[in-house]
Design a protein around this ligand. Sequence first.
Ligand SMILES: [Zn+2]
Length: 159
Amino acid sequence: MRCNCCRAEVTQFNGQCPVCGFPMLTGGDIEIESFVRSYRENKLRGVTVYLKTYEYEPEGRSLRLVNTRYVEVAEPLSLGDGEIRWLDLPFMAIESSRPVSLDVCVRRGNDEREYTVAAVPSGTISHQAIGVTPGEGFSIQFAVGSAETYALSERVPLL
Ligand SMILES: [Zn+2]
């Protein structure tokens, strides 16, 4: 059966989901829905996602890293279902069909985890913007491109 909250496939039934800890309940009524909602809110309250950005300066014929910055991209709880929130980040507009690698940091209080995820365009996309959207279960995904054409990154776990 699937977890009602994070949708993970659960094969061993021992009372709660091994992925997110949600109690395994049967039935699909409205009460479970509101229970799922408040469980999600509790799990994700205080979670903030950051993108690590790098600033380079020309030095001779190469580039020198001058600054590393964490830019807050979203509190996952504030994202609506299926919403892609495009970020206001100064990115170079380039065309590419190569994978884009993103360094991401998930923070909750003193707990901090770093991930590197790739977005692999199926054709050529313009890297004009980066957006963020809720992923399946307790995860978040990045969109790279534009509102018309974009590639989604691998999922970033939020728990
Ligand atoms: Zn679960």
